[in-house]
Design a protein around this ligand. Structure first.
Ligand code: GLC
Length: 620
């Protein structure tokens, strides 16, 4: 479909149909018939937005039903269905689950990240999905942020290199571009400086006002669904505060940085992504100085679309438009005029369409702005071949979660491991005699995967196809080696030749991972001490979305491995532990010695060195 064709189609569209294309609705809030009746441009699954039962086949049916709905609309403009496949197609049971991006950052291997993205794309295509809300190209400057795990590094250059590699892996199958039915549209996010926000600049009880809804005034004409979501959100905050150390403090906060720092640290990944085929960018829920990103006309329109020449389309983030003003009509007007092209509503789509229609009719949003937004959306849909009927290749479910795909994930796990300490203990012999394995995470694949797995905040105690560490150890050791597991580290009175102790962060996503105190909980410290007294050689393994404050525990180990959040293929860890592959991972974030070295600016200003610097990692 050429540009004149797009202009011709635009000329045929009613205002309602144009606004329909600008509307993205989450799957529980709309039916395929409503998609047909209102010409809706996009539907999404948020974290946990899965069909029941949750299988590749039911996903194909669900996505296909919405796509068919769009084709039944008056003009039959094809729909784009989007999901968060941020470490594999992580919503779907049976998918290959890769290490979270902080682990991929430790590999520093752009070709591997491209292959990870390609496997992810193949599993997305198998479920009919051709839009992935990834790669995140955040450059976190404060590891207390609950989205550090989704970032490759605190280093702009590494984020840029690996973010582009992932984008190319999704979109560029063999140089044929997005029109290839195996190509998946990436969404480079979250624009911009989402990783540059300041601690304590966000949260329901700060001067940032209500972040659980546009104004907390439930008397608004909002859907019951949205009411439930907002109340769940507030309950979530309540639950987190009980623990005292968790609670939204920095996610969706304010980046109080100069434009020079914004352009030097946080903008380069977007410049490179645009030069490498980015056609969609998701706007950040955070603010720069006193303006929310979704209201930032200078950064969205003047810089991104003007100065940098981005001619794809911008999608808002979840409920982000609501937070722009207490009055929803005003909020919609601000966001669209700032440069947002498609709105992830995601629930009350009627209210959105009605508000924007009234704003255009009242002249508060110019029709030129609407036409620009719709032209951008149609242009990308045309580039994806959607108007020519190019849809996800229907025969590809067979490769879903395949041995070949899991081999790529296993390789990524092994290359992601960072060996922090080793007094000669590693590599282990497979004839290790008596091996004690302790720590619930060693036998909990949900903890091994972390957040954004099946459910938004992950599935602790849940089960998905893959290999947990205990299973991998049993698989790896030689016949005569005895492996005994106890989550709490209580064994008989024998002293083991080798002890493996795994401690993990509880799974979280987004603001639920904002964490004030990065020390280990008392029960983990006690477990380490208990294991120390029962093993000749003690190996520590950390499942974590960020560096933790473990300076006091470090000397207890004979070897210590940062395994990040490895995903479904735990055997990648034993491949390195038992010497089948080398430890090659390097820290993508500096590891602070104490909380005075958090955030990164404090660490860099400190005359003391970090516990381990960025780029550190032993090789054996
Ligand atoms: C979330 C996240 C964003 C994600 C979107 C859809 O709030 O900020 O990264 O893509 O909503 O799930």
């Amino acid at each position: 479909m050429t540009a004149p064709d797009i202009d011709r189609l635009l000329g045929e569209m009613t205002l309602a149909e144009k606004i329909g294309q600008m509307t993205q609705v989450e799957k529980y809030s709309i039916s395929p018939d409503e998609v047909a009746g209102h010409g809706i441009g996009s539907v999404l699954s948020g974290g946990g937005g899965n069909p029941t039962p949750n299988t590749p086949e039911t996903w194909r049916d669900m996505v296909g039903s919405f796509e068919e709905g769009a084709l039944r609309s008056r003009l039959g403009i094809p729909l784009l269905y989007g999901v968060d496949a941020v470490h594999g197609h992580n919503n779907v049971y049976g998918a290959t689950i890769f290490p979270h991006n902080i682990g991929l950052g430790a590999t520093r291997d752009a070709d591997l990240i491209r292959r990870v993205a390609r496997v992810t794309a193949e599993e997305l295509i198998a479920t009919g999905v051709r839009w992935d809300f990834a790669p995140p190209v955040s450059v976190p400057q404060d590891i207390r942020w609950g989205r550090t795990l989704e970032a490759y590094s605190e280093d702009t250059e590494l984020v840029t290199e690996l973010g582009v590699a992932f984008l190319r892996g999704l979109q560029d199958v063999d140089g044929t571009g997005l029109a290839n039915p195996a190509a998946v549209l990436g969404s480079v996010k979250h624009y911009v400086a989402d990783g540059g926000t300041e601690w304590w600049s966000a949260g329901p009880d700060t001067d940032q006002g209500e972040t659980t809804g546009c104004n907390g005034n439930f008397e608004d004409a909002i859907s019951e669904e949205r009411r439930r979501t907002l109340e769940q959100h507030q309950n979530l905050f309540g639950e987190m505060y009980e623990h005292g150390i968790w609670g939204q403090r920095i996610d969706q906060g304010v980046a109080k940085i100069t434009e020079e720092e914004l352009r030097a640290v946080h903008l380069p990944p977007y410049i490179a992504a645009i030069a490498n085929g980015a056609r969609n960018i998701m706007v950040s829920l955070s603010s720069w100085r006193d303006t929310k990103m979704h209201a930032h006309r200078y950064l969205l329109t003047d810089v991104l679309k003007g100065e940098l020449g981005f001619d794809g389309f911008l999608v808002s983030d979840w409920l982000a438009i609501d937070y722009l003003d207490d009055d929803y009509y005003t909020a919609v007007t601000i966001g669209i005029n700032a440069g947002v092209d498609m709105v992830m509503v995601p629930h009350d789509w009627r209210a959105f369409m009605d508000s924007l229609t009234r704003a255009v009719e009242a002249g508060d949003v110019p029709m030129e702005r609407i036409d620009d937004a719709v032209r951008r959306i149609l242009r990308v849909k045309a580039e994806m071949g959607l108007f020519e009927g190019v849809r996800a290749d229907s025969g590809s479910v067979a490769g879903f979660g395949s041995t070949e795909h899991r081999a790529v994930a296993r390789e990524a796990v092994a290359k992601s491991l960072v060996l922090l300490e080793n007094n000669g203990a590693l590599p282990l012999s497979k004839d290790a005699g008596l091996v004690y394995v302790a720590g619930r995470p060693a036998a909990d694949i949900g903890l091994q995967c972390g957040g954004w797995t099946i459910e938004w905040r992950g599935i602790p105690g849940g089960d998905i196809p893959g290999t947990d560490l205990l299973g991998a150890v049993n698989e790896a050791v030689a016949e005569g080696t005895e492996v005994v597991f106890d989550a709490a580290g209580h064994f008989d009175d024998r002293i083991a030749d080798v002890g493996l102790v795994v401690v993990a962060e509880p799974p979280y996503a987004e603001m639920t991972g904002d964490r004030a105190d990065l020390t280990l909980p008392p029960e983990d410290i006690e477990l380490i001490q208990r294991m120390r007294s029962q093993c000749r050689t003690l190996i520590g393994i950390l499942y974590t979305g960020r560096p933790l404050l473990i300076t006091s525990q470090a000397e207890a180990f004979d070897a210590l491995v940062a395994a990040w959040l490895p995903g479904s293929e735990g055997a990648g860890i034993t491949d390195a532990l038992f010497g089948d592959v080398l430890f090659t991972g390097k820290l993508p974030f500096a590891w602070p010695r104490n909380d005075r070295q958090i955030p990164l600016a404090a660490l860099e200003a400190d005359s003391n060195s970090p516990l381990w610097p960025r780029g550190y990692g032993l090789e054996v």
